[in-house]
Design a protein around this ligand. Sequence first.
Ligand code: G3H
Length: 255
Amino acid sequence: PIIKDLFGLTELEIRLARVLRLKKAVVVQGDSDQSDWVKKEMGRAGVRLLKQTARPGQVVAVAGGTTVAAVAEMMKASPALRESIFIPARGGLGEEVELEANYITSLMAQKAGGRYRLMHVPEQLSHEAYDTLIREPHIQEVLELVRSARIVVHGIGDATTMATRRKSSPELLRLLQEKGAVGEAFGYYFNRKGEIVYRGRSLGLSLEDLENVEMTIAVAGGAGKAEAIAAVCPVSGRDTLITDEAAARAILKQH
Ligand code: G3H
């Protein structure tokens, strides 16, 4: 805390929480767009928060991306985490395997010493495949578990960056642009006002399910994500955001 105050990070946290209507903001020093260790620090802060708040028997839903992967990499076991079940928040979103929620969930669970279940569902399902899959007992069981999540850990992405990384069609890229998509979180794309402008047809946690979640932890940093974070965070209204100084300062400059 002394170090934080020295850099004015505590004040940044308070201002950011107020502006983005967050339950709590945690700001680490630096810019994760510039250096990888800043992302690791966000990961470490995520682990600290998870360890502090964990309760035995809880379900933790985990989303994908490099920042949540940093939380998984930094994860350490604790008694309550050993008695937690980790589950992917969503099925595939068209990312590389290492960035998919399934992979990151298993990594996080193993490091935490907890149990995990996976959701083997591909991205961009057809209507028919979606309707069939959703009736599968195994899938239903996993989906029920996701909906019982006490904690959700997710990243936030810049809309265009995410759509490109997931190799979206030129049509979708155009649509997102037309609709003014700026931010993305677990497969939903949001405009500047925080309205959903697009969602893919993949299975998992829906935005409505977040109402029953006790704590959502968003982990996202880098000045380049300022607009995305500012659009996505106020949506749930009770997110805890773990971010970095560069994103925090850029957001506060706009507000
Ligand atoms: O949904 C958001 C993205 O998964 C964020 O990905 O952490 O690699 O930027 P990232």
